[in-house]
Write a protein that binds this ligand. Structure first.
Ligand code: FES
Length: 125
């Protein structure tokens, strides 16, 4: 099981070697998420319209290894954008992946950029 988690490595904007063209901005609901596939990874991408920001993270929740985070509710906790897993409401920072209401391992986060209404997610592999 943990092998699956190892395919997801937090990526900072400085580490990006590939900007993957995911979809158009209209393919993502406002203030919600959708799942994209890059190689063997499922990535949750969030259009956090209320903050005018985009976020991406692994779709797999480290709690019970469910591929569900793209369907989670997004919100704000003391200024930190977060996603709540729809299964058991574990919440994770979309800024750095930290589990905000428990001691689960952090989720991998990825940079997102928007160019000409296209959504790109940054990867280092
Ligand atoms: S599977 Fe995500 S909180 Fe349980």
């Amino acid at each position: 099981m943990n092998n699956i988690l190892e395919t997801y490595q937090k990526t900072t904007i400085d580490e990006v070697t590939v900007w993957f063209k995911a979809a158009t901005t209209l393919d993502f609901p406002e203030n919600g998420g959708a799942c994209i596939k890059y190689k063997d990874k499922q990535i949750a991408v969030f259009n956090f319209a209320r903050k005018n920001k985009w976020y991406a993270c692994q779709n797999i929740c480290p709690h019970k290894m469910e591929m569900v985070l793209s369907r989670g509710m997004i919100g704000d906790q003391a200024g930190i954008a977060k996603v709540a897993c729809p299964m058991h409401k574990k919440t994770f920072s979309l800024e750095n992946g930290e589990n905000l209401n428990g001691d689960l391992p952090p989720i991998a986060t990825y940079p997102v950029k928007i160019e000409n209404n296209m959504v790109y997610v940054g990867f280092k592999d």
